[in-house]
Design a protein around this ligand. Sequence first.
Ligand code: FCB
Length: 477
Amino acid sequence: MSVSTRRAPQAGEPSAGPIPPALLPVAPVEPGSDPEARLGLRFPDGFSWGAATSAYQVEGAAAVDGRGPSVWDTFARTTGRTANGDTGDIAADHYARYAEDLGLIQDLGLRSYRFSISWPRVQPDGRGAINQRGLDFYRRLVDGLLERGISPMATLFHWDTPQTLQDGGGWASRDTAYRFADYASAVFDALGESVPVWLTVNEPKTVVQNGYIIGHHAPGIRDEPVAYLVAHHLALAHGLGVQALRATGSASRIGGALNLHPCYAADDNPLTLDAVRLYDGYENRLYLDPMFKGHYPQDVLDHQGPASPLLQGIKDGDLEIISQPTDILAVQYYTPIYVTTDGGTVQKHPTTEAAWQQVYPPGMYDILTRVTRDYAPASLTVTENGLPCPDEIGVDGSVDDAARVSFLRDHLAEAHRAIGDGVPLESYHVWSLMDNFEWEAGYDQRWGLIYVDYPTQRRIFKRSANWYRSVISDNSL
Ligand code: FCB
């Protein structure tokens, strides 16, 4: 199976190392069109508007207050792995500046803020002793949100596996799923019900594809059979995390966070449909089916074969743990995939600065309605959607990211259409609240509503932030 993930290398691109500049021009804003023109689409009362970040991408403070190293510290510090050798050592310095950032979140009018908890900050070795100073940081952050009437949404794992666990086998080892459950329990004990919505594992597919097949994410491994065993252990971790929350008797809600890609046929050859089906198996059903149906998709298992580490790794009772009921499914939508007869992919829409991303807003509608139809989640949230723009500070000190305004508006219009057609979507989060460390692309890509001037750490609301604030206050597009 050739994987063409959200960050898959394009033809001629080396399969590891920094990604090249966009291959196609950034999606243009049509000349003369006003990206802020109102569409008159009102969202349901109580719809929760948000933005998202993750720990390694914004916090910095890599060696402060007892934080242990993660696989991303190791990976980013390895020569040639990230653009310009960038690391998350300082990032947006959010660990030190969280109070200022809380003020910005409030100014923006967000109702929900999605962040992640750094496992090695809370449990530096990934097992054993808990680092109270790490937990205290998240306590301050959560309390600061609650005081401002903003709902915290916390992800337990956004890719920063403690390095010590990686040294013992990482996610290829079943034990890591149980270590995750212990860590999750410690976090639940400390933050209790102050966090109304918990997310377990962020985008397991990206860890599988980018971390273990293509190798251009931490831990930088290229071993496709093992990658699918990693998928199983991440699914198990999800299930064990859900169990751990239930064991505390908490009334908080919990679910997984999946990046889903609608897969379409690139041509009208009838044979292409088989290729699309298998592609969809690897992109979507491999993660959705075990969570919601208690089994892996048969076509993917057949394709993997009976001796595959995935099949060998499934133990009695695992799928019951993985498929126990959740309260919410978090969907992250960035791009569609067009599959060719031979199982390859082509691009059909303009891309952004991220060469893997095609701009196709109806994909938002398609993926939301599809998961609702096929999996009937109790509730849905969009936890990531956005694009990188070549944002620059203008002479007047402002940042005019018109392309982001039209991107968000068009995707939100599709989310609105999905709600109208019965999708139980309760909230939406822009990726990202602010510019940050974009993994292998380092600081070259700016995904934020808020501009971060890294040398001074000054924050500036971009045009999109001001626009989003008015959308939130009107509850309508
Ligand atoms: C998602 C990741 C997030 C960020 C965006 C652009 O896949 O979850 O951390 O990198 O892509």
